[in-house]
Design a protein around this ligand. Structure first.
Ligand SMILES: [Zn+2]
Length: 375
């Protein structure tokens, strides 16, 4: 169910004509650890007729974001975090999965979706945390990012009489961002990346990130920020309700490697947000989107900036991204342990830093100081 303030603007429910959803069924015997189980359910979705954010219906296009029941599993337990009340914020937690999706759309509309189109009306996405799609009338352009392997980049900008940026401008930013983060942290691991500019999103400041596909307003872009989420959220998952700074703060830091600085770089951090980087969404929900931005996004950027030279901080983050021993859903400890190449009490040996000869001591210092900033 999606609410704006107290009004319900969308709800989905199991299809009453279908059998009882498997989620509600009990198996007669407990499953052993590591044993597979099959669950299925049927559901129907009602799209908002007028305005929506994750979901849009009506007009000449639709957008389906966060539109199906996710498996809310954090790697060891169900993620029962409450949804956030800040419209543009995220509070989802989900493991990666393979998606095989069949789409039937009205003639004349084009579909852009996560992953890649493998046949008429059929899309597949591998090892992603979510799946999204849009259908509409788009001006399309494609290009290739070298990360260094080729990634096919597709940009679709909705045809609209209103103001909009050129598809070429979106494409240039998307390719530059993919290549920059691939060099900084690790190569983008999927074969496709799609950026969709939509006409109904003029009031959002950034965009809406989903694995391998992000939405932007048709008239503006912050491809650097939304593309950074392909690393911090999509590739390295986190509980977005409990640790929003692990996706938003780190994406804001990465963004500055492309844009030079985040938006409102010199803004004053209000007292309710100051020194609250590590707070969960339940804290930010009590404030407003501006205080959330300043507290979790901009303040994280400043904290990272204060830790040492940029190459050292990026080296620490590279270890965080690369660490093969990180849990399925990293928490704040993970980043200190990953950045710190010392063995930790859990036995993790850390991970070799590809640039250790250039910043051997840096990550250790960064890890220690990070721990002070976001305990
Ligand atoms: Zn973001």
């Amino acid at each position: 169910m999606l609410r704006r303030h107290s009004a319900i603007i969308l709800k989905s429910w199991p299809n009453s004509a279908a059998p009882t959803p498997a989620f509600a069924q009990r198996t007669s015997k407990a499953l052993g650890a590591g044993k597979p189980a099959v669950a299925s359910m049927s559901w129907r979705l009602v799209l908002p007729r007028k305005k929506g954010l994750r979901l849009k219906g009506g007009g000449d296009s639709i957008r389906l974001g966060s539109f199906f029941p996710l498996l809310a599993w954090d790697g060891s337990d169900w993620a029962r975090d409450a949804p956030t009340t800040l419209a543009a914020a995220e509070a989802w937690t989900s493991p990666t999965a393979d998606f095989d999706v069949r789409v039937t759309q009205p003639p004349g509309l084009r579909v852009l979706a996560s992953g890649r189109r493998v046949g008429p009306g059929r899309w597949q996405a591998r090892a992603v945390r979510d799946f999204t799609l849009a259908a509409g009338r788009f001006d399309l352009i494609t290009g290739t990012a070298r990360v260094p392997g080729p990634v096919r980049v597709t940009v679709g900008v909705e045809k609209t009489a209103g103001k909009r940026k050129s598809p070429q401008a979106f494409l240039r930013s998307a390719i530059a961002s993919l290549q920059r983060y691939s060099a900084l942290y690790r190569p983008y691991p999927w074969r496709t990346y799609t950026m969709v500019g939509m006409a109904d999103l003029p009031e959002i400041a950034g965009g809406l990130e989903y694995p391998t596909l992000v939405y932007q307003p048709a008239a503006s872009e912050n491809a650097a920020h939304e593309t950074a989420h392909q690393w911090f959220y999509s590739l390295v998952g986190n509980d977005q309700a409990r640790y929003p700074w692990l996706d938003e703060g780190l994406a804001t830091w990465a963004e500055s490697a492309v844009n030079g600085a985040p938006p409102f770089e010199r803004a004053t951090i209000p007292p309710e947000s100051a020194n609250r980087i590590g707070q969960p969404m339940s804290y930010w929900d009590r404030l407003d989107e501006r205080r959330y931005f300043l507290g979790a996004y901009l303040q994280s950027y400043r904290a990272l900036l204060s830790l040492g030279p940029r190459p050292e901080v990026d080296c620490a983050l590279r270890r965080y991204v690369l660490n093969p021993l990180k849990p399925a859903m990293p928490n704040q400890r993970t980043i200190y342990i990953a950045a710190n190449n010392e063995p930790c009490s859990c036995g993790s040996p850390g991970v070799a830093c590809p640039r250790r000869n250039r910043c051997r001591d840096g990550p250790l210092r960064v890890a220690a100081r990070l721990a002070q900033h976001a305990p």
